[in-house]
Design a protein around this ligand. Structure first.
Ligand SMILES: Nc1ncnc2c1ncn2[C@@H]1O[C@H](COP(=O)(O)OP(=O)(O)O)[C@@H](O)[C@H]1O
Ligand SMILES: [Mg+2]
Length: 328
């Protein structure tokens, strides 16, 4: 049996949010008991509305944001503490790509210099082989050789994100965490960058955690999808199952709003009520105020994430499954 590349168990992260200069600090449960595992070479999509804790979870998986409870294991070993030499060494094996390439790049350095940086920092390859490696990386992400001397502001948004991805791949990482990597790009460019990422990931057998609020994007890249709502995973299954037969009412609503090319958008479920606010988490199932199926039990008892079929999990009192408590 193959072991997971990365595994998280019971991750929790609570931020203190102060309202106004004299306000009392309110706890915000950004990540509230998340467990997951990603196999080598696999792509896990993480979807959910803004504020559901996706970015916090991504940072925790890389050890950038320390877990208050729970643990992350990478290649079978416990994640070393942030800033230690062990952690820095591990960063060559797991990289982060986030939404804003301009913020990720140094505007005073050429893109070739920035793609080369991780090779110098981690002392990878003999010095005289590094320039050739930078060229290969640039071509691999669809940049032209003659763009090596360009500065970030001379490139388009899509080209900048390609440069960020080339830099992330420089150290041949085993895991790439992509947090909304195409959300800032033109819709016409998004698919190109996603396809490029998928090709590179398959070719190099890299595991990927692909975070997005946009299900359309995730469908094109993820093998498996975890749906988050207010800091918790509420449904997890293979991408096909999530998109063709979602079980959780929240997933159903999300999926029903994604257009399928060539088909009219029918049976769309519009989510009622307030968007989720982690500083004011509803009792019981956090989704119940917006759920069309909510019954009494949903207002009082928080549903656990449980297996509802082969390789699929959901946290919902109203979904049938082996040990589902049926609502009255
Ligand atoms: N550094 C921080 N300090 C305080 N609160 C934070 C911080 N980062 C995130 N949060 C809060 O945690 C919750 C989850 O945020 P985030 O992980 O960014 O969600 P998402 O990426 O799904 O939009 C939000 O309510 C956000 O305001
Ligand atoms: Mg985010």
């Amino acid at each position: 049996m193959i072991a997971p590349l990365i595994k998280a168990e019971g991750l929790e992260r609570v931020y203190k949010l102060r309202r106004g200069p004299f306000g009392k600090a309110v706890p915000v449960r950004a990540v509230d008991g998340v467990s997951l595992a990603v196999m080598p070479g696999e792509t896990l999509g993480i979807v959910g509305e803004s504020g559901s804790g996706k970015s916090t979870l991504g940072r925790m998986l890389l050890g950038i944001d320390p877990a208050q409870s729970g643990a992350v294991t990478f290649e079978g070993s416990r994640m070393p503490a942030l800033g230690t030499a062990e952690w820095r060494a591990l960063r060559a094996r797991m990289q982060l790509v986030y939404q804003d390439p301009l913020a990720a790049l140094d505007r005073r350095l050429t893109i070739a210099a920035q793609i080369r940086e991780p090779l110098d920092i981690h002392g990878l390859l003999p010095r005289d082989a590094r320039s050739a490696r930078v060229q290969d990386l640039m071509i691999g992400v669809g940049l032209r050789r003659d763009q090596a001397g360009s500065y970030p502001h001379e490139l388009s948004g899509g080209q900048r994100q390609r440069a960020v991805i080339a830099r992330a791949l420089a150290t041949s990482p085993k895991l790439l965490v992509c947090d909304e990597p195409v959300s800032a790009l033109d819709v016409s460019i998004q698919a190109q960058v996603v396809n490029m990422l998928r090709d590179l990931q398959e070719k190099n057998h890299i595991a990927m955690i692909f975070i997005s609020h946009d299900l359309k994007v995730v469908r094109n890249i993820a093998d498996r999808v975890a749906v988050m709502y207010l800091g918790r995973i509420v449904e997890e299954a293979s991408s096909d199952v999530i998109f063709q037969a979602p079980k959780h009412p929240y997933t159903k609503a999300l999926v029903s709003s994604v257009p399928v090319p060539g088909k009219p958008l029918t049976g769309r479920m519009i989510l009622q009520g307030e968007p989720p606010n982690p500083a004011n988490r509803p009792s019981g199932c956090a989704f119940h105020p917006r759920c069309p199926l909510a019954g009494d039990i949903c207002r009082t008892a928080s549903p656990a994430l449980r297996e509802i079929g082969e390789g699929r999990m959901a946290a919902c009192h109203m979904v049938e499954g082996a040990d589902a408590p049926m609502a009255a």
